[in-house]
Design a protein. Structure first.
Length: 202
């Protein structure tokens, strides 16, 4: 069985959606997830690790009651796919500006008590990340070549700035979570969910 045959999607699908295109800066934390550096200075993330981490993350998320999973995305291109992912698996989503105190101040209307936090980008979602750490929540995050992994318990290495990349990661994660629950198959998911719809900004 070839390496490619064992991937959740063909390698080309990851490449075409720029999932492996990192930044021009590399953090020490992310060195182990980087396959090589391109001539233009962009670090390329290892798709095999990304694919493996998507499986690990999906299996981990199934251990939680869906409404107690909180997905956040301050990044514009992550907002629609994060919301669609949350809807698909029955989780909670807070997209756009994260209201400070939403995880720590019961007096706020936005207050929620999740069991786990999923961040689209640890840097852009640092307010939510900080509050999750203060309340002892496990954190899953999509991490790019320049991200710091402190306080991220499960890291999914991928381009977390691109529209197509974020949509594909969330689309795939939703499919794998629902498959793990026995609620869908690859074919049924693809028929009902066009990944291009997840990539729209509207």
């Amino acid at each position: 069985m070839s390496e490619e045959a064992s991937l959740l999607l063909p390698f080309e699908s990851y490449e075409e959606n720029a999932v492996n295109i990192g930044t021009q800066q590399k953090s020490a934390d992310m060195a182990r997830f980087i396959e090589k550096v391109r001539e233009d200075g962009l670090y390329l993330l290892d798709v095999n690790i990304t694919d493996s981490r998507i499986r690990t993350t999906a299996a981990f998320l199934t251990k939680f009651d869906a409404p107690r999973i909180m997905v956040v995305s301050a990044r514009q291109y992550g907002q629609r796919p994060a919301r669609m992912f949350a809807e698909a698996i029955g989780a909670n989503a807070a997209v756009g500006r994260f209201i400070p105190g939403s995880l720590t101040n019961p007096a706020l209307r936005s207050y929620v008590e999740p069991d786990i936090l999923f961040v689209t980008d640890p840097a852009a979602d640092q307010q939510a990340l900080r509050e999750a750490v203060n309340t002892g929540l496990p954190v899953v995050g999509i991490v790019d070549a320049n991200n710091n992994l402190r306080n991220v318990d499960i890291a999914v290495p991928a381009n977390n700035k691109g529209r197509r990349s974020l949509a594909l990661i969330y689309w795939l994660l939703a499919r794998e979570v629902l498959k793990a629950r026995g609620e869908t198959t690859d074919e049924a998911w693809a028929e009902a969910n066009d990944v291009e719809e997840w990539q729209s900004t509207f």
